[in-house]
Design a protein around this ligand. Structure first.
Ligand SMILES: NC(=O)c1ccc[n+]([C@@H]2O[C@H](COP(=O)([O-])OP(=O)(O)OC[C@H]3O[C@@H](n4cnc5c(N)ncnc54)[C@H](O)[C@@H]3O)[C@@H](O)[C@H]2O)c1
Length: 256
Protein backbone atom coordinates (compact mmCIF):
# COMPACT_ATOMS: atom_id res chain seq x y z
CA UNK A 1 0.00 0.00 0.00
CA UNK A 2 1.41 3.36 -1.06
CA UNK A 3 1.51 6.41 1.14
CA UNK A 4 -1.20 8.08 -1.00
CA UNK A 5 -3.43 5.02 -1.13
CA UNK A 6 -7.06 6.09 -0.64
CA UNK A 7 -6.28 9.76 -1.36
CA UNK A 8 -8.05 11.64 -4.16
CA UNK A 9 -6.26 14.80 -5.32
CA UNK A 10 -7.42 17.68 -7.48
CA UNK A 11 -4.32 19.26 -9.00
CA UNK A 12 -4.36 22.59 -10.82
CA UNK A 13 -1.61 23.21 -13.33
CA UNK A 14 -1.58 19.44 -13.68
CA UNK A 15 -0.77 19.41 -17.40
CA UNK A 16 2.94 20.10 -17.09
CA UNK A 17 5.75 21.38 -14.92
CA UNK A 18 5.47 21.00 -11.14
CA UNK A 19 1.79 20.00 -11.31
CA UNK A 20 2.53 17.09 -13.64
CA UNK A 21 5.40 15.93 -11.41
CA UNK A 22 3.08 16.00 -8.39
CA UNK A 23 0.46 13.98 -10.28
CA UNK A 24 3.02 11.33 -11.26
CA UNK A 25 4.26 11.09 -7.68
CA UNK A 26 0.78 10.82 -6.16
CA UNK A 27 -0.25 8.06 -8.59
CA UNK A 28 3.05 6.22 -8.07
CA UNK A 29 2.29 6.22 -4.33
CA UNK A 30 -1.20 4.76 -4.79
CA UNK A 31 -3.38 7.90 -5.03
CA UNK A 32 -5.85 9.07 -7.66
CA UNK A 33 -5.71 12.44 -9.41
CA UNK A 34 -7.93 14.86 -11.31
CA UNK A 35 -5.63 16.91 -13.56
CA UNK A 36 -7.13 20.37 -13.96
CA UNK A 37 -5.66 22.81 -16.43
CA UNK A 38 -6.44 25.25 -19.24
CA UNK A 39 -4.19 23.08 -21.42
CA UNK A 40 -6.72 20.26 -21.58
CA UNK A 41 -4.99 18.34 -24.40
CA UNK A 42 -1.79 18.04 -22.40
CA UNK A 43 -3.72 17.17 -19.24
CA UNK A 44 -5.61 14.42 -21.10
CA UNK A 45 -2.39 13.03 -22.52
CA UNK A 46 -0.85 12.78 -19.07
CA UNK A 47 -4.06 11.26 -17.66
CA UNK A 48 -3.94 8.58 -20.35
CA UNK A 49 -0.32 7.84 -19.52
CA UNK A 50 -1.14 7.53 -15.80
CA UNK A 51 -4.07 5.18 -16.45
CA UNK A 52 -7.27 4.49 -14.54
CA UNK A 53 -6.15 6.46 -11.48
CA UNK A 54 -6.09 9.74 -13.40
CA UNK A 55 -8.53 11.89 -15.31
CA UNK A 56 -8.36 15.36 -16.85
CA UNK A 57 -10.74 18.27 -16.48
CA UNK A 58 -10.70 21.66 -18.26
CA UNK A 59 -10.42 24.34 -15.58
CA UNK A 60 -9.46 27.99 -15.69
CA UNK A 61 -8.76 28.71 -12.04
CA UNK A 62 -10.10 32.27 -12.47
CA UNK A 63 -13.66 30.97 -12.86
CA UNK A 64 -15.49 29.98 -9.66
CA UNK A 65 -18.28 28.17 -11.53
CA UNK A 66 -15.73 26.00 -13.31
CA UNK A 67 -14.22 25.25 -9.91
CA UNK A 68 -17.53 23.94 -8.58
CA UNK A 69 -17.83 21.74 -11.68
CA UNK A 70 -14.26 20.45 -11.26
CA UNK A 71 -14.89 19.49 -7.63
CA UNK A 72 -18.20 17.80 -8.54
CA UNK A 73 -16.52 15.91 -11.39
CA UNK A 74 -13.77 14.70 -9.05
CA UNK A 75 -16.27 13.41 -6.48
CA UNK A 76 -18.38 11.82 -9.23
CA UNK A 77 -15.36 10.06 -10.77
CA UNK A 78 -13.42 9.03 -7.66
CA UNK A 79 -16.05 9.12 -4.88
CA UNK A 80 -14.50 11.89 -2.76
CA UNK A 81 -11.94 14.70 -2.63
CA UNK A 82 -9.24 14.65 0.05
CA UNK A 83 -6.29 16.59 -1.41
CA UNK A 84 -6.25 19.97 -3.15
CA UNK A 85 -3.00 21.07 -4.78
CA UNK A 86 -3.15 24.66 -6.02
CA UNK A 87 -0.21 24.66 -8.40
CA UNK A 88 -1.34 26.61 -11.51
CA UNK A 89 0.43 29.95 -11.65
CA UNK A 90 2.02 32.52 -13.91
CA UNK A 91 5.06 34.74 -13.57
CA UNK A 92 5.28 37.94 -15.60
CA UNK A 93 7.91 40.63 -15.08
CA UNK A 94 7.01 44.21 -14.24
CA UNK A 95 7.69 46.79 -11.54
CA UNK A 96 5.02 48.91 -9.88
CA UNK A 97 5.22 52.07 -12.00
CA UNK A 98 6.22 50.85 -15.45
CA UNK A 99 4.91 47.28 -15.48
CA UNK A 100 1.86 46.53 -17.64
CA UNK A 101 -1.30 47.22 -15.64
CA UNK A 102 -2.96 44.01 -16.80
CA UNK A 103 -0.02 41.97 -15.47
CA UNK A 104 -1.10 42.93 -11.96
CA UNK A 105 -4.72 41.90 -12.52
CA UNK A 106 -3.93 38.67 -14.38
CA UNK A 107 -1.36 37.59 -11.81
CA UNK A 108 -3.62 38.24 -8.83
CA UNK A 109 -6.50 36.52 -10.66
CA UNK A 110 -4.56 33.33 -11.38
CA UNK A 111 -2.08 33.11 -8.49
CA UNK A 112 -4.25 34.36 -5.61
CA UNK A 113 -7.93 34.47 -6.58
CA UNK A 114 -7.56 31.04 -8.25
CA UNK A 115 -6.44 29.23 -5.08
CA UNK A 116 -9.03 31.18 -3.07
CA UNK A 117 -11.82 30.02 -5.40
CA UNK A 118 -10.37 26.52 -5.26
CA UNK A 119 -10.43 26.40 -1.48
CA UNK A 120 -13.92 27.88 -1.44
CA UNK A 121 -15.21 25.21 -3.82
CA UNK A 122 -13.23 22.26 -2.45
CA UNK A 123 -13.37 22.69 1.33
CA UNK A 124 -17.03 21.57 1.72
CA UNK A 125 -16.33 18.40 -0.29
CA UNK A 126 -13.12 17.75 1.68
CA UNK A 127 -14.97 18.21 4.94
CA UNK A 128 -17.76 15.92 3.72
CA UNK A 129 -15.19 13.18 3.06
CA UNK A 130 -14.89 12.89 6.84
CA UNK A 131 -11.26 11.74 6.78
CA UNK A 132 -7.82 13.41 7.00
CA UNK A 133 -7.44 15.83 4.11
CA UNK A 134 -4.90 18.40 2.99
CA UNK A 135 -4.49 21.53 0.93
CA UNK A 136 -1.04 22.24 -0.51
CA UNK A 137 -0.56 25.65 -2.09
CA UNK A 138 2.48 26.48 -4.18
CA UNK A 139 4.11 29.76 -3.30
CA UNK A 140 7.66 30.74 -4.15
CA UNK A 141 10.95 31.66 -2.56
CA UNK A 142 9.84 35.13 -3.70
CA UNK A 143 6.89 34.98 -1.26
CA UNK A 144 9.39 34.92 1.60
CA UNK A 145 11.96 37.43 0.40
CA UNK A 146 10.31 39.39 -2.50
CA UNK A 147 12.13 40.50 -5.63
CA UNK A 148 12.32 43.65 -7.72
CA UNK A 149 10.65 43.66 -11.16
CA UNK A 150 8.08 41.00 -10.22
CA UNK A 151 5.80 43.11 -8.04
CA UNK A 152 2.54 41.33 -8.89
CA UNK A 153 4.09 37.89 -8.51
CA UNK A 154 5.66 38.78 -5.13
CA UNK A 155 2.34 40.17 -3.89
CA UNK A 156 0.28 37.23 -5.16
CA UNK A 157 2.50 34.62 -3.54
CA UNK A 158 2.79 36.53 -0.25
CA UNK A 159 -0.99 36.88 -0.23
CA UNK A 160 -1.31 33.14 -0.68
CA UNK A 161 0.72 32.62 2.50
CA UNK A 162 -1.91 34.59 4.44
CA UNK A 163 -4.77 32.68 2.83
CA UNK A 164 -3.15 29.33 3.62
CA UNK A 165 -2.47 30.20 7.25
CA UNK A 166 -6.03 31.48 7.70
CA UNK A 167 -7.48 28.23 6.34
CA UNK A 168 -5.10 26.20 8.53
CA UNK A 169 -6.29 28.03 11.65
CA UNK A 170 -9.94 27.92 10.62
CA UNK A 171 -9.92 24.14 10.11
CA UNK A 172 -7.84 23.44 13.24
CA UNK A 173 -9.99 25.62 15.47
CA UNK A 174 -13.16 23.92 14.23
CA UNK A 175 -11.65 20.46 14.72
CA UNK A 176 -11.95 19.71 11.00
CA UNK A 177 -9.23 17.24 9.90
CA UNK A 178 -8.02 19.37 6.99
CA UNK A 179 -4.48 20.75 7.02
CA UNK A 180 -3.26 23.61 4.79
CA UNK A 181 0.39 24.19 3.96
CA UNK A 182 2.64 26.01 1.50
CA UNK A 183 5.55 24.74 -0.56
CA UNK A 184 7.92 27.49 -1.71
CA UNK A 185 10.10 26.47 -4.67
CA UNK A 186 13.21 28.25 -5.82
CA UNK A 187 13.94 28.25 -9.56
CA UNK A 188 12.75 24.91 -10.92
CA UNK A 189 13.34 23.42 -14.38
CA UNK A 190 9.82 23.53 -15.86
CA UNK A 191 8.27 25.02 -19.03
CA UNK A 192 7.84 28.27 -17.06
CA UNK A 193 11.57 28.36 -16.36
CA UNK A 194 12.51 27.46 -19.93
CA UNK A 195 10.29 30.29 -21.25
CA UNK A 196 12.14 32.65 -18.91
CA UNK A 197 15.50 31.28 -20.07
CA UNK A 198 14.61 32.10 -23.67
CA UNK A 199 12.89 35.45 -23.11
CA UNK A 200 15.77 37.88 -22.61
CA UNK A 201 19.05 38.93 -24.16
CA UNK A 202 21.11 36.38 -22.18
CA UNK A 203 21.76 32.88 -23.49
CA UNK A 204 19.98 29.98 -21.69
CA UNK A 205 23.32 28.94 -20.15
CA UNK A 206 23.96 32.45 -18.85
CA UNK A 207 20.46 32.55 -17.35
CA UNK A 208 21.04 29.17 -15.71
CA UNK A 209 24.32 30.35 -14.18
CA UNK A 210 22.71 33.56 -12.93
CA UNK A 211 19.75 31.71 -11.42
CA UNK A 212 21.98 29.08 -9.84
CA UNK A 213 23.99 31.83 -8.15
CA UNK A 214 20.88 33.04 -6.29
CA UNK A 215 20.60 29.64 -4.59
CA UNK A 216 23.29 28.79 -2.00
CA UNK A 217 23.33 25.20 -3.33
CA UNK A 218 24.38 26.80 -6.62
CA UNK A 219 21.94 25.02 -8.93
CA UNK A 220 18.30 25.19 -9.87
CA UNK A 221 15.84 22.51 -8.76
CA UNK A 222 13.94 19.75 -10.55
CA UNK A 223 10.11 19.38 -10.50
CA UNK A 224 10.41 15.98 -8.77
CA UNK A 225 12.18 17.63 -5.82
CA UNK A 226 9.17 19.92 -5.33
CA UNK A 227 6.73 17.04 -5.87
CA UNK A 228 8.28 15.02 -3.04
CA UNK A 229 7.64 17.91 -0.62
CA UNK A 230 4.08 18.40 -1.88
CA UNK A 231 3.29 14.71 -1.46
CA UNK A 232 4.76 14.65 2.03
CA UNK A 233 2.50 17.55 3.08
CA UNK A 234 -0.51 16.01 1.32
CA UNK A 235 0.03 12.67 3.03
CA UNK A 236 -0.78 11.57 6.56
CA UNK A 237 2.98 11.57 7.25
CA UNK A 238 2.51 15.32 7.84
CA UNK A 239 -0.38 14.73 10.25
CA UNK A 240 0.71 17.41 12.77
CA UNK A 241 1.85 19.98 10.20
CA UNK A 242 -0.45 22.84 9.23
CA UNK A 243 0.11 26.45 8.23
CA UNK A 244 3.77 25.81 7.43
CA UNK A 245 6.10 27.30 4.82
CA UNK A 246 8.13 24.41 3.39
CA UNK A 247 10.96 25.65 1.21
CA UNK A 248 12.43 23.69 -1.71
CA UNK A 249 14.85 26.34 -2.84
CA UNK A 250 18.42 25.23 -2.17
CA UNK A 251 18.58 27.78 0.63
CA UNK A 252 17.55 30.66 -1.64
CA UNK A 253 15.12 32.22 0.83
CA UNK A 254 17.72 32.43 3.63
CA UNK A 255 20.71 33.65 1.63
CA UNK A 256 22.57 36.81 2.70
N1 LIG B 1 9.34 27.01 -12.13
C1 LIG B 1 9.79 27.80 -11.19
O1 LIG B 1 10.96 28.22 -11.21
C2 LIG B 1 8.89 28.19 -10.03
C3 LIG B 1 9.49 28.81 -8.93
C4 LIG B 1 8.71 29.18 -7.85
C5 LIG B 1 7.34 28.94 -7.89
N2 LIG B 1 6.79 28.36 -8.97
C6 LIG B 1 5.34 28.16 -8.96
O2 LIG B 1 5.04 26.80 -9.19
C7 LIG B 1 3.78 26.69 -9.86
C8 LIG B 1 3.93 25.84 -11.10
O3 LIG B 1 4.91 26.45 -11.91
P1 LIG B 1 5.57 25.70 -13.16
O4 LIG B 1 6.97 26.16 -13.19
O5 LIG B 1 5.25 24.27 -13.15
O6 LIG B 1 4.77 26.46 -14.32
P2 LIG B 1 4.43 25.98 -15.81
O7 LIG B 1 4.15 27.22 -16.58
O8 LIG B 1 5.52 25.10 -16.28
O9 LIG B 1 3.09 25.16 -15.59
C9 LIG B 1 1.97 25.85 -15.09
C10 LIG B 1 0.71 25.13 -15.46
O10 LIG B 1 -0.39 25.93 -14.98
C11 LIG B 1 -1.36 26.01 -16.00
N3 LIG B 1 -2.16 27.24 -15.88
C12 LIG B 1 -1.75 28.51 -16.11
N4 LIG B 1 -2.77 29.36 -15.95
C13 LIG B 1 -3.85 28.60 -15.61
C14 LIG B 1 -5.20 28.91 -15.31
N5 LIG B 1 -5.68 30.18 -15.38
N6 LIG B 1 -6.03 27.91 -14.99
C15 LIG B 1 -5.59 26.62 -14.96
N7 LIG B 1 -4.32 26.28 -15.24
C16 LIG B 1 -3.46 27.26 -15.56
C17 LIG B 1 -0.56 25.97 -17.29
O11 LIG B 1 -1.37 25.61 -18.40
C18 LIG B 1 0.52 24.95 -16.97
O12 LIG B 1 0.11 23.64 -17.26
C19 LIG B 1 3.33 28.12 -10.15
O13 LIG B 1 2.42 28.53 -9.16
C20 LIG B 1 4.62 28.92 -10.05
O14 LIG B 1 4.38 30.25 -9.67
C21 LIG B 1 7.53 27.97 -10.05
Amino acid sequence: MGRMSGKVALITGGAEGIGAAVARQIVSEGGRVMLCDVQIDKAQKLAQELGANAEAFALDVRDLDQWYRAVAATVARFGKLTVLCNIAGISEPGNVVDGPLDTWQRTIDINLNGPYYGCRAALPAMEAAGEPAAIVNIGSMIALRAAAFVAAYSASKAGLVGLTRSIALDCASRGVPIRANMVHPGAIRTPMYVRYQNAGPMSPDEVETAFAATHPMNRIGEPEEVARAVVFLASDDASFTTGCDFTVDGGGSIRD
